[in-house]
Design a protein around this ligand. Structure first.
Ligand code: THG
Length: 374
């Protein structure tokens, strides 16, 4: 086995308001999302971090979830034009999981939308350059909006003890924030948005730090207050998110997938009552039905090697799909994959073979999505 090569870091790879602190705590590995560092390992094993996340509370530097701010008289019109989700009933203070699609219904991104005011939105984005897409659309359509990336860096507080830690730092009002809603809290005489959301199924909050210079203070305050709750540094945990069925842009979906293929049907308005990019394409796909969908596949054998490329999935002697993300499930004690599978073979219970890169063909079974294992 060759060792993992180092990454050459330049100014093009952006540090965050929390990088100093995560480095002090011994961050061991980074990924890069939206041209920004994302911690992916600290001193403990990913397994230990998984169990810790399910029991205690973690601070995650998810500054790479950049905000694309859309503001001005035509802001609501632009945001609705970018997504098939019906936003007519969206309320100020609400977070909405949405897809952005192109004219072929290919997925551009799957952000969380925060509605700050009637004419003011943040798209809290996954890994693709939404800022340029939104700027291009606004210029092309002559819309009266500004599109910016503000100085906003989310810090996620995740795990079952997130609520008690947040209450200790920001007061009891945070308890009233409902799932996928946000409110404003005070920190050092600054007002910060806080949402009840995050890229795990363990519950928690995201704090949208709007002044980079306060990064160390915010981290230290949560860190010190969190000592009695066994706080630890963390990161979006691959095993936990696959078990929980959370999708990842660039892995389960790319621009060559449409929302149905990713089981995002419930976020698509198809009755023709709203106008958005890709509507005709999406309606056409809906009429014929998608040809493939994301499913789970559980397969046997030793933990599959860590490898980010897709592996073939075989049934009846032919290729019927591919893996998108594979983990060793700590709950199932088995290999668990999210996988894109053709329609004839996507029913739960379908027997398949997964061809792992060590050349071994492993027997597997398709399971429904969302996976009902947690
Ligand atoms: N938080 C914030 N921004 C983000 C993410 C985040 N941007 C990038 C990425 N994550 C966006 N992708 C997702 C995918 C799933 C969820 C959140 C962001 C999620 N889904 C819930 C589920 O599937 O159970 C609930 C969805 C719903 O009820 O609408 O939480 O994590 N700020």
């Amino acid at each position: 086995m060759s060792s993992i090569p180092d990454l050459a870091i330049s100014r093009r790879i952006r540090r965050t308001p929390f990088t100093e602190r995560v480095e002090k705590l011994g961050v061991k590995r980074y990924s890069i999302v939206n041209h920004t560092l994302l911690p992916k390992a600290f001193q403990r094993s990913i397994e230990d971090d998984y169990w810790h996340l399910r029991k205690h509370v973690q601070l995650w530097d998810v500054s790479c979830q950049r905000q694309v701010e859309i503001r001005g008289p035509d802001a609501a019109k632009l945001v609705q034009w970018m997504t098939p989700r019906d936003l007519r009933k969206a309320k100020i203070g609400q977070c909405l999981y949405i897809t952005l699609i192109d004219q072929n219904a290919g997925i551009i991104n799957d952000p969380i939308l925060l509605k700050l005011e009637e004419d003011h939105f943040w798209l809290s984005i996954a890994d693709s350059d939404v800022l340029l897409w939104a700027k291009g659309l606004s210029l092309g359509r002559g819309l009266d909006v500004t599109v910016n990336e503000p100085d906003v860096s989310p810090l996620a507080v995740q795990g079952p003890k997130a609520e008690i830690l947040m209450e200790k730092v920001f007061g009891p009002s945070v308890r009233k924030i409902g799932f996928f809603q946000f409110d404003t809290v005070d920190f050092n005489r600054n007002s910060l948005k806080v949402s009840r959301s995050g890229y795990s199924k363990q519950g928690g909050f995201e704090i949208y730090l709007n002044k980079s210079s306060l990064g160390n203070d915010l981290w230290d305050t949560l860190w010190e207050a969190g000592q009695e709750f066994n706080v630890a540094p963390g990161y979006p945990n691959l095993v936990e998110r696959v078990e929980g069925g959370l999708l990842s842009y660039g892995n389960e979906m790319t621009r060559s997938n449409n929302p149905f293929e990713c089981n995002l049907d419930q976020y698509c308005c198809l009755d023709g009552s709203i106008d958005y990019i890709g509507r005709e394409a999406l309606q056409r796909i809906s009429e014929n039905g998608p040809i493939q969908r994301i499913r789970g596949v559980i397969f046997e054998g030793e933990p599959a090697p860590v490898c980010a490329s897709p592996w073939p999935i075989i049934a009846n002697g032919k290729n019927v799909g591919h893996t998108t993300t594979v983990v060793w499930s700590l709950q199932l004690k088995a290999n668990l994959s999210l996988a894109m599978i053709e329609s004839e073979f996507w029913d739960a219970g379908q027997r398949v073979i997964v061809e792992t890169p060590d050349g071994i063909r492993r027997n597997g079974t398709v399971v429904e999505f969302p996976l009902s294992i947690i």
